[in-house]
Design a protein around this ligand. Structure first.
Ligand code: R5P
Length: 322
């Protein structure tokens, strides 16, 4: 077994929860390592490991939701490298810029690739990533990547869904069909009458929807929308409205990453919010309370992945099925 330590760059309780799961899996007391980040008056960050990491596998957890979080991660990787960690494994429940997975227009950047390059060049050796916007983003990271599919965090929640309903699994756009289809493959094992449908979404600019159309029949059915993230809530709530207008009895949504920026909370409480019965997100990003939102922890699949990596055994077999 590899000697390893886990540190939280963002100081979120998720790291403690991951350690609790690891302690259960290993039957030993695993704790988050001592680490701090100072900030200077001009805004610059300065990370410091407060315990030795020499020749250790070092897991660095942080949710990348902001540009500051990216800089903190890059500096922390650099600090770990200079403190003689034997390998540096980044654990990112959410990866910012992942929607920028191709060049926009003729002279735009590929944000996701640029961020991956920063992380690699700082000295990270491996990555654990959770429900990427598209699986191909793994290829941006020139290192082994363990990609945890989003649905594994929601298996317990799915068991609570009313078995007497005729369910339809729905993707809110063409880009999410593969993810929704993978969810459907598991869902249909327990909900045999389940069908699949999708919406087509045309965007005129980021976070703005020009047009959305339903492909499939949801009349008299309960719909579960599957998306990797809910950001401003525009996609989700327009989808819920269209589905209800098409005769859906209930519309529930599972969105792995609750970005919930800008008008999201107001929208959930607003006019179109009435069409959505519930929204389930994971703890990959901290969220505020809202009576429509339920959160499901993503600590267990992350802990299982770390456990498998430190034991040098198959991540896939450790993780799936949960
Ligand atoms: C788009 O490709 C994503 O999967 C989400 O549907 C989208 O980013 C959500 O953004 P918003 O909530 O602002 O519509």
């Amino acid at each position: 077994m590899k000697q390893y330590k886990l540190f939280s760059i963002d100081g979120r309780p998720l790291a403690n929860e991951i350690c609790e799961h690891l302690s259960t899996l290993t039957d030993s007391d695993i704790r988050v390592g001592k680490f701090k980040i100072d900030q200077f008056s001009d805004g610059e960050f300065s990370p410091q490991f407060l315990e030795s990491i020499r020749d250790k596998s070092v897991f660095l957890t942080t949710t990348l939701t902001s540009s500051d979080a990216i800089i903190k991660l890059v500096l922390s990787i650099d600090a770990a490298k200079r403190a003689s960690a034997s390998e540096i494994i980044i654990v990112l429940p959410y990866l910012a810029y992942s929607r920028q997975d191709r060049r926009e227009g003729h002279r735009g950047s590929i944000g996701g690739k640029a961020i991956a390059d920063l992380i690699k060049n700082a000295g990270a050796n491996k990555a654990i990533l959770f429900d990427l916007h598209s699986e191909q983003i793994q290829g941006f990271f020139d290192m082994p990547v363990e990609h945890i599919p989003g649905w594994v965090a929601f298996t317990e929640y799915v068991k609570e869904l009313d078995p007497t309903c005729d369910w339809t699994v729905c993707s809110p756009d063409a880009g999410g069909v593969k993810r929704a289809m993978r969810f459907y493959q598991h869902f249909v094992k327990t909900h045999e009458t389940a069908t699949f449908s999708m919406l087509s979404k045309l965007r005129d600019k980021p976070n703005s929807i020009e047009r959305m159309d339903l492909i499939g029949d949801v009349n008299g059915r309960c719909v579960i929308l599957i998306d990797d993230m809910v950001d401003t809530g525009g996609t989700l709530l327009l989808a819920a409205k269209l589905l209800k207008e098409a005769g859906a009895l209930k519309v529930h949504a599972i969105c792995t990453h609750g970005v919930l920026s800008g008008p999201a909370y107001d929208r959930l409480s607003g006019e179109n919010g009435q069409y959505l019965d519930s929204l389930v997100i994971s703890t990959s990003i901290p969220s505020n309370f809202h009576d429509k939102i339920k959160t499901v922890s993503c600590a267990q699949p992350i802990a299982k992945t770390i456990f498998a990596m430190t034991r040098s055994v198959s991540v896939a077999q450790t993780l799936l099925p949960l």
